[in-house]
Design a protein around this ligand. Structure first.
Ligand SMILES: *Cc1c(COP(=O)(O)O)cnc(C)c1O
Ligand code: SF4
Length: 341
């Protein structure tokens, strides 16, 4: 429906003319059978392979469904969201907490693994449920910072002068309303030793209408140097609509970066990754990380061997300017930074 190239930036539907993002979220597709019907795949061989995805149900906004190719069971966007029977296969080494999150919890809703940076689990909610998600088993009920706990987390941060950057993560921080997010940002902005604010969010990619004027104003109003790290895995996710939605953030001086996960059957081909980097840059976004899949239970079918990852990166290195090359990393529990592959 939307061309993936953004040659006609002015041609798409502008986010302001879309219905409210909360309404769109509420209308997300949650029934796998409906998803297949929408894509004209209900009579197809994929239908018997559907899994219920009970603990981690299907969730995908209709905007994102419209970017999938009807009739294509191997569509790279569909593959990221469709619960399939492979998920129930138990694979040795694939566990519920692959990145050592539980060992890094410092008080309710705060994770610290790396020097100078603290990560806040702001909410368990996401606009989309990605089947490969490393936090798909995370106990959000126990460990996310609800309204009440934010005061505790802010007080804790205020006593930690060594922390210069706060990362809002989740779940997805842009699941929060502008008002709640604004209050949290105000609280962080009042802590004198904090310099940088970072948001890790996939929401704009699946729901560009989330980038409201109010959100841009709140981010721009903070004295913290602010960046938004998007999560885009495939060039088909980069539409003129998304590009147009991102423009006001750039104009407000917010640095836009992207992290992707290297996923079998989605983006494990050099031309795909090359197009992703180039299309991101056309939208004002720099590639940051390309993550090797975290070995989370239920996601083994997305594995790309590390050796193949290294080959892909070497191919990209020969084809792209250095600044469009993402850093290929994996996360090792207990390490002091993301580890280069
Ligand atoms: C990935 C991660 C960060 C961010 O790492 P950068 O290398 O700064 O992007 C920070 N904290 C935690 C707990 C993380 O998992
Ligand atoms: S948006 Fe991010 S946190 Fe949410 S399910 Fe997808 S990968 Fe996981």
């Amino acid at each position: 429906m939307y061309p993936s190239r953004n040659s006609d930036r002015k041609g798409g539907i502008l986010p302001n003319s879309l219905p409210g993002w909360q309404q769109e979220l509420a209308q997300a597709v949650t029934d796998p059978v409906e998803l297949l019907q929408l894509l004209q795949l209900d009579g197809h061989r994929v239908a018997p392979r559907l899994a219920a995805g009970n603990a981690f149900p299907l969730r995908v906004p209709r905007y994102f469904v419209n970017l999938m190719r009807p009739g294509d069971p191997d569509d790279p966007l569909l593959r990221q969201v469709l619960p399939q029977v492979e998920e129930s296969v138990q694979t040795p080494g694939f566990v519920s907490d692959p990145v050592g999150d539980m060992a890094a919890i410092r008080g309710q809703g705060m994770l610290q693994k790396y020097q100078g940076r603290a990560l806040l689990i702001t909410t368990g909610a996401c606009a989309v449920h990605c089947r490969y998600c490393f936090r798909r088993h995370f106990p959000y009920q126990d460990e996310s910072a609800g309204r009440a706990q934010w005061q505790t987390v802010l007080a804790e941060l205020a006593t930690r002068p060594e922390i210069s950057e706060v990362i809002l993560s989740g779940g997805d921080p842009l699941s929060l309303s502008d008002k709640r997010l604004g209050r949290l940002i105000d609280g962080l902005s009042a802590i004198p030793h904090l310099r940088r604010l970072r948001l890790h969010s996939r929401t704009p990619v699946v729901l560009p209408s989330r980038i409201t004027d109010g959100l841009v104003e709140r981010l721009a109003a903070s004295p913290l140097t602010t960046s938004l790290v998007l999560h885009c895995n495939h060039p088909n996710e980069l539409t003129p609509v998304l590009s147009a939605a991102l423009a006001p953030l750039r104009e407000a001086g917010i640095t836009l970066l992207n992290q992707s996960v290297l996923l079998a059957g989605v983006n494990d081909a050099a031309p795909t990754l090359q197009a992703l980097s180039e299309d991101l840059f056309d939208s004002g976004v720099l590639p940051y990380y390309l993550h090797a899949l975290d070995p989370v239970a239920g996601a083994a079918h997305f594995t790309v061997p590390h050796e193949r990852g290294r080959q892909l990166l070497e191919t990209l290195r020969a084809r792209l300017p250095g600044y469009l090359l993402p850093r290929l990393v994996c996360e090792q529990p207990g390490a002091s930074a993301k580890s280069p592959l």
